[in-house]
Design a binder for this molecule. Structure first.
Ligand SMILES: Cc1cc2nc3c(=O)[nH]c(=O)nc-3n(C[C@H](O)[C@H](O)[C@H](O)COP(=O)(O)OP(=O)(O)OC[C@H]3O[C@@H](n4cnc5c(N)ncnc54)[C@H](O)[C@@H]3O)c2cc1C
Ligand code: SF4
Length: 510
């Protein structure tokens, strides 16, 4: 079995690296791609710009070093107008290392929508069923058990049930979870069956070479039989350039998350006019509630229950409506979400053990655009649609109703100024939320699109095999490929799709 090679060590700069398949980005898409290719006997290199973090000595449960090391731009990336905080992983294993472990497959209606409206003729729910099964097996997907449901999740469920609303305990990819609660900054107990724990060890065992602290900066000669990919190595902390080298590869599979993928392709001078367009951020609204009794939401699985009453799956629209899911993070993160400045915020934080919190997931239409600034850095232009804002107000109202039904003393929406509700009599105030830039901070954990697949180069960036139009054997294999939002959570959809695309690639080159 190969070891992970850290390029920051010893000023690593080989001048003769070659492979048949170079995978760029080691997350849900890239990790799966590298594993499937290696197990098929292919000669694979996997590049990852982040570091390798496994176990309690590396995953320390401390906010500052973990955001610094596990998140893209230390968790500080935002949309151009700063309304949406765009979160993604930057570590071996990608977003799977820092995500909330929810396993939510693509709904049959979404496959039907893509078939009917986006020319995804080959991707019916039935045709994709075996790939979904592979994804679920990779994730060891299992239903969260009643004994694992903490008070924070019970409160949301209690409120939903009091109102007669539907909800469910979610599927997740934890095995032997210790309930430490730090999922969003990595699991020191290695309980997550994420790409770092499953796909990457399998890829290494099958002979793949895995390099960390190695950022692909440019793909050259994309129409030639052999491509040349330039790589920047980074220091041990991952923020300073150390050295450069190039890899000679027959196939290049880009899986750097939508923002990273579009930026790399654009910086390489590749892609048609559709590349970078039709981006979905799935902005989420945080909401907190002050409860009369201790909640201790920081103990146990942060996200277990979903209020799904209002989620809609429509073969003519795709995923719409909204859902509400309990969540909690470390005090630092919660401090930024209580939304109350000064003494009021301090008072709320002093009662942190009485605070319940949720994220409201409101699927969007793919209205965003990823571009590249003059310095090569990506820029995400995203304007909230009026229809999304209307649904967001309905969603916030429903979440507040659920908390009051569960006995909340106060519900806070972290807007500027914060919206503080003392009872259901004040719900009408939610209509005052404008969602204008500077008045609210939203969260995106599920970026999708930007390099969508399709049957025509006039309307898509890649063909239905994932090959970027106008290139020879340059493929995309991550969340970028979806024509619209795939599900309320993206890990399972991306792993499913990666299995399907890479299977076809293997069959093609067999
Ligand atoms: C906080 C958070 C919570 C989430 N919770 C859930 C959840 O509970 N359930 C769920 O289904 N989904 C969840 N998601 C979403 C899910 O984790 C992501 O959608 C998924 O990981 C994206 O997969 P990907 O393959 O597109 O990219 P990623 O997994 O993001 O991997 C891309 C990798 O590419 C690397 N990279 C980028 N550019 C380069 C380059 N030029 N060279 C080399 N490497 C590069 C990055 O460092 C990164 O590691 C969550 C996401 C976040 C951020
Ligand atoms: S709750 Fe479970 S999966 Fe999450 S960090 Fe703790 S032990 Fe790991």
């Amino acid at each position: 079995m190969n070891d992970v090679l850290d390029c920051s060590a010893g000023e690593f700069a080989p001048n003769d690296l070659t492979c048949d398949y170079l995978v760029i980005g080691s997350g849900c898409g890239g990790g799966t791609a590298a594993r499937v290719l290696a197990e098929a006997g292919k000669d694979v290199i996997l590049l990852e710009e982040g570091g390798d973090f496994v176990g309690p000595t590396r995953l320390t449960q401390r906010d500052t070093p973990m955001y610094d090391q596990l998140y893209t731009d230390r968790g500080g990336r935002t949309s151009k107008d700063r309304t949406v905080n765009i979160l993604s992983g930057r570590v071996l294993g990608g977003g799977g290392v820092i995500n909330a472990c929810d396993v939510v497959p693509i709904h049959d209606a979404t496959w039907a929508y893509w078939q009917k409206h986006h020319g995804w003729s080959e991707f019916s729910a039935a045709a994709m069923a075996s790939y979904l099964q592979r994804a679920l097996a990779d994730l060891s997907a299992n239903r969260i058990e009643e004994r694992q449901v903490n008070r924070n999740n019970q409160i949301l469920r209690q409120g939903a049930q009091a109102l007669g609303w539907r909800g469910e305990l979610m599927m997740h990819n934890r095995v032997n979870c210790q309930g430490l609660g730090s999922c969003l900054i990595g699991c020191p107990a290695s309980a997550k069956r994420n790409p770092r724990m499953v796909a990457i060890p399998k890829a290494l065992s099958a002979g793949a070479r895995v390099y960390v602290r190695a950022r692909a900066t440019r793909i050259r000669e994309a129409m030639a039989e052999r491509k040349r990919v330039e790589v920047q190595t980074l220091d041990g902390k991952g923020y300073h350039p150390v050295n450069r080298f190039a890899i000679d590869a027959r196939h290049v599979i880009v899986a750097a998350n939508p923002v990273g993928t579009v930026a790399l392709l654009r910086n390489s001078g590749l892609g048609n006019d559709t590349l970078g367009r039709h981006v979905s951020l799935q902005p989420q609204v945080p909401i907190v509630a002050l409860m009369p009794d201790p909640v201790r939401a920081f103990d146990g699985i942060p996200q277990a229950y979903a209020l799904t009453e209002f989620e809609r799956h429509d073969p003519d629209v795709g995923l719409t409506g909204f859902r509400v899911e309990s969540i909690f993070g470390t005090p630092g993160v919660l401090g930024s979400l209580v939304g109350q400045p000064g003494a009021a915020g301090k008072a709320l934080m002093a009662q942190l053990d009485h605070v319940a919190a949720s994220l409201i997931l409101i699927p969007d239409q793919p209205v965003g655009q990823i571009g590249v600034r003059r310095d090569g850095r990506p820029e995400v232009d995203y304007t909230l649609a009026a229809e999304w804002k209307t649904r967001a107000r309905q969603a916030i109202k429903a979440a507040a109703q659920a908390y009051f039904a569960a006995g909340a003393k106060m519900v806070v929406v972290p807007a500027a100024p914060p919206l503080v509700l003392q009872s259901t009599a004040q719900l009408a105030q939610i209509e005052t939320l404008t969602f204008e830039p500077g008045t609210i901070s939203l969260i995106s954990a599920h970026q999708q699109g930007g390099a969508r697949l399709g049957a025509s180069d006039a309307t898509s960036a890649c063909d239905l095999t994932g090959q970027l139009w106008g290139t020879r054997d340059v493929f995309v294999c991550d969340g970028s490929v979806f024509p619209s939002t795939s599900s309320s959570h993206t890990m399972t959809p991306i792993i499913t799709m990666a299995h399907a695309l890479i299977d076809r690639l293997v069959a093609r080159s067999a």
